[in-house]
Design a protein around this ligand. Sequence first.
Ligand SMILES: Cc1cc2nc3c(=O)[nH]c(=O)nc-3n(C[C@H](O)[C@H](O)[C@H](O)COP(=O)(O)O)c2cc1C
Length: 167
Amino acid sequence: MKIGLFYGTTSAATQEVASLIQDNLIDCDIEIHDIYDNNLERMSEFDRLIIGCPTWDIGLLQEDWRSKFGDLNKVDFTGKKVAYFGCGDQNIYSSSFLDAIGILEEKISSLGGMTIGHWPSEGYTHDFSKAEKNGHFVGLGIDNDNEPELTEDRVTEWCKKIYIEFK
Ligand SMILES: Cc1cc2nc3c(=O)[nH]c(=O)nc-3n(C[C@H](O)[C@H](O)[C@H](O)COP(=O)(O)O)c2cc1C
């Protein structure tokens, strides 16, 4: 199963989670692209995508995603399955936890993408998130700032789920 994983990062947490995802999906051929030095139009090459974005500056996309956001319009996401993961801090940024993946999911869905890999929001302590709908986040929520000990198990569980949903 070929998958394109596109992520942006500022302080490397999202990059570490991208590697963990690759380690968990051993049966899959995952091409990892840091969007800092990759063109988003390369997303067109994949029927299955994983998108990683931390939230920065109180509810905003990570800076590389911010500067390339408009390029998403050049990709036809029709028929593509898309899974999202985000890094955030549910304590200090409780009212904008994981907002970035909510913003990206809304945009990519409007361009035809089919979201897979929803993740329960139960157990997190945030007040509000643009990524939350009906008791679920639009993708995997990681909080390495407060709960690094939960990251590996969360990634493992989520990878089992998306492996099935990508089929
Ligand atoms: C100035 C600043 C603003 C932040 N704003 C948010 C936010 O609004 N929502 C959130 O969930 N996390 C927020 N965070 C936390 C980061 O998303 C978190 O540290 C994440 O792991 C960083 O990922 P990266 O290392 O891949 O860049 C913020 C962090 C900083 C330093």
